[in-house]
Write a protein that binds this ligand. Sequence first.
Ligand SMILES: *Cc1c(COP(=O)(O)O)cnc(C)c1O
Length: 380
Amino acid sequence: MSIPLVNLQRMHDSMRDEIQNAINGILDRGDFILGDEVKEFEMEFAEYCGTKHCIGVGSGLDALTISLRGLGIGQGDEVIVQANTFVATALAVKHVGATPVLVDHDPEGYGLDTRRVAEAVTDKTKAILPVHLYGQPSDMDEINEIARENDLLVIEDGCQAHGARYKGQRVGGLGDAGAFSFYPGKNLGGLGDGGAIVTNNDKLAEWVRSARNYGSTIKYHHTVQGFNSRLDSIQAAVLRIKLRKLDDWNAKRQHAATVYRKFLTGSAIDLPTQLTGRDHVYHLFVVRVPRRDDLLAHLHEKGIGAGVHYPISINRQIAMEDCCKVPQPLPESETLCDEIISLPIGPFITEDEIETVATEVATWVKENAHARGGAAPIPV
Ligand SMILES: *Cc1c(COP(=O)(O)O)cnc(C)c1O
């Protein structure tokens, strides 16, 4: 038996002809970089997110870095980030020369804890960078309110939450800019690296459009010191096909989560909390268990591709240790790392596979339940 964390094989088998036709079109036209497919995808993804602009870039990290740079964030500035995110979120802040200020996440939804944000604001703070982690939006009303009160920018890291809604509105368009990754395993992913920035800010859009392409909109006329961070036509063509299926795929992820709940309710494990007013698109189905490493090893032995997102909080990553500011202790992030486990999920997982995984987890937890809370059984 083998149940991968996300089954991309099944996804691509279901659309192999569409993909091959699209790639053939590009071979015929020869517009490999920033071609017609990229322009079309940018219009379609902007419309999907409910924003005026979408600009395709090379990766999610680039989408974050270039939007921060385009919004004027740099040396001496502080940006508030949650400590339980993927390294890219904090790395982007570092890459523009600013300081990531790490705060804890909301223990219920795993997004940015807004109570921690207000107390982390200083006179150097320029922006808040909430992550819609695992596919569930952070509390954007609260974040935008804190931003308004303190005159801060808001950049959303939507890399795990394509299509998720906060109070009915898609993520990405809720702040000053939204960053997306199209890494193959994301809810909307290409056949390689890719990313996009969405925004309603005309000036930012214009700057990013030039900056991603060596700072030029007219060939060999360079107006800003730019990057080489362009979405290529093959990725855009594949993303256009997948975008048409995204809502259906997200609904299938939500259904898979419901099936997990059916099988796991009553087990001594913490299931993900679905917060009101938010659409969770289940990029990951993250549960909490005691003795996580033992369960992880057990599932791997059974051929189940569980993962950990993430095993080390940003403040403990060797690359980031000395460069972040940590105004308050991070008890939530640090305990989380030892307890979380991501179970296989995706639009192509079957109910039988979910049952198999859930049964393995529930049985293991039952047999090892005495370890909950770290208390060893008392020897008699
Ligand atoms: C994947 C991811 C990124 C980075 O995207 P890349 O395309 O790999 O550069 C950033 N933030 C979060 C939360 C992610 O999950």
